[in-house]
Each structure stands twice: as C-alpha cells, then as structure tokens.
Design a protein. Structure first.
Length: 83
C-alpha cells in the first residue's frame, strides 16, 4: 500500500481553525495534525491522487500569509517514526 505525501507548515495562529475547517470541507483531501501547538506547526498527510488540489489550496493560503515555512518531507510513518 503506498504512503501519502507528507508536508509540514507553520500556520498563523489566528487562522489555524479556518485552515483546518477548509481542509476538512474537502472529502479526503488531507489529514492534518498539530505537531507543536506553541509554534502552530502542522503536518499534513496527502493522498498522491489529490496532491495537485492540496497544493493549489496551500498556494492560496501562502499568498494570504496564513501558511509559511511549507515544506515536503519524507513521510515519517514510512520509516516507523511515531510520536
């Protein structure tokens, strides 16, 4: 079974609830999770088939200044890293 693509980003704290609500309004677009509440660092697991849609949405949020430090990383679950 293939693993999802993995991303991390910092979300402007005042807009984190909004970004999460938008992502959850799309069925199966991404699974989001807060990594560090104090720095508003999030991780996203994105199915490969929906990656283009996810990236378009993130690009919009970056232009609005809601998302910063957006980076794709190796999927931490693929290597058994769980925390």
């Amino acid at each position: 079974m293939p693993y999802c693509n993995y991303y991390q980003a910092t979300i402007r704290k005042s807009d984190a609830w909004f970004l999460v609500a938008v992502l959850r309004s799309y069925e199966h677009l991404a699974f989001d999770r807060t990594l560090e509440k104090s720095s508003s660092r999030f991780e996203f697991f994105v199915p490969k088939a929906l990656e283009a849609h996810f990236l378009q949405l993130i690009e919009y949020f970056q232009a609005e200044g809601i998302v910063t430090d957006f980076v794709q990383l190796p999927n931490r679950l693929e290597n058994g890293e769980v925390f």
